[in-house]
Write a protein that binds this ligand. Structure first.
Ligand code: COA
Length: 252
């Protein structure tokens, strides 16, 4: 796994995507936190300050700085210069300066990730495995019938993890499409191999207007506590190569 200093210049070809990740609690230095905050626009600072719990404020701050510092690794634009627009469905995208880069963000307790591509639609979702038991009974409501049935066939001890594998994959697809919950979650499903999820296929019903062959997926375990799923748009038979990059403090 590559660990990148914040002044490392990165190149990103059309057949690659980079999955940047950081543990937010590694950014603690007060001077660095002040520099992070100074990078934000007024709107971003307000969004950050709206969280009542300090840990959530911190995660939001690190998310904003991760995306800014990450994008700046690929071009000659300083982290503070990026301006984002929010789509009608809530997805932040690059507004100015114009760029062929695309990104998607996800955050949960203990982990923030940013998936970057050159012109491809991308979606990423991170979930904490400690949540799995709590949500298990949602599968009948949010999963396609074949996913809910497959989940019931899994050993009870493996079920919470398998549940979260479906969940993160579904979120990654919804996020790559950028349409949020306008996509019916029961209208598409995943085939997960019994053990190593190295060949993950999506199946679409007519309720979802898309082409199954347009997407590739990955599912990764991050340490003991997190799962990360990615959805990346592909063209043709050659897969897009996804490389992990750890962002380390100081970010700015
Ligand atoms: C908002 C949503 C995009 C994901 O939310 P989430 O999983 O709670 O949170 P994540 O941390 O993974 O993602 C949040 C980030 O996604 C991005 N985002 C927001 N809306 C988005 C959209 N429509 N498309 C793609 N990305 C979006 C934002 O960057 C956001 O972070 P930010 O507000 O700090 O910038 C959306 O999918 C949702 O509301 N899902 C509902 C949850 C659900 O029912 N899931 C069932 C799955 S089986």
């Amino acid at each position: 796994m590559a660990t990148a200093r914040n002044d490392t210049r990165e190149t990103l070809g059309g057949r690659h995507a980079h999955l940047w990740w950081i543990r937010p609690d590694t950014v603690t230095e007060p001077a660095e936190l002040a520099r992070c905050r100074a990078l934000l626009t007024d709107d971003e600072r307000e969004k950050t300050d709206r969280f009542r719990v300090a840990r959530d404020r911190h995660t939001c701050l690190i998310t904003r700085v991760l995306v800014r510092s990450t994008l700046s690794r690929y071009c000659d634009v300083s982290p503070a210069r990026w301006r984002f627009r929010i789509t009608d469905h809530g997805r932040p995208e690059i507004g100015t300066p114009r760029s062929t880069l695309r990104f998607n963000l996800s955050h949960t307790k203990g982990l923030v990730v940013c998936l970057v591509s050159r012109g491809r639609e991308v979606g990423v979702d991170v979930e904490s495995l400690t949540r799995a038991n709590r949500w298990l009974d949602l599968s009948d409501r949010f999963f396609a019938p074949r996913e809910a049935a497959a989940l019931r066939r899994v050993d009870a001890s493996d079920r919470p993890t398998r549940f979260l594998e479906y969940w993160t994959l579904k979120e990654s697809y919804v996020k790559a499409r950028g349409l949020g919950l306008a996509i019916p979650l029961t209208g598409f499903s995943f085939d997960l191999p019994a053990r190593v999820p190295d060949d993950i296929r999506i199946r679409l019903t007519p309720a979802v207007d898309d082409d199954e062959a347009r997407w590739q997926f990955t599912l990764e375990r991050f340490g003991r506590d997190h799962l990360v799923a990615t959805a990346v748009e592909r063209d043709g038979s050659e897969p897009v190569r996804i490389t992990l990059r750890e962002a380390v403090a100081p970010l700015v």
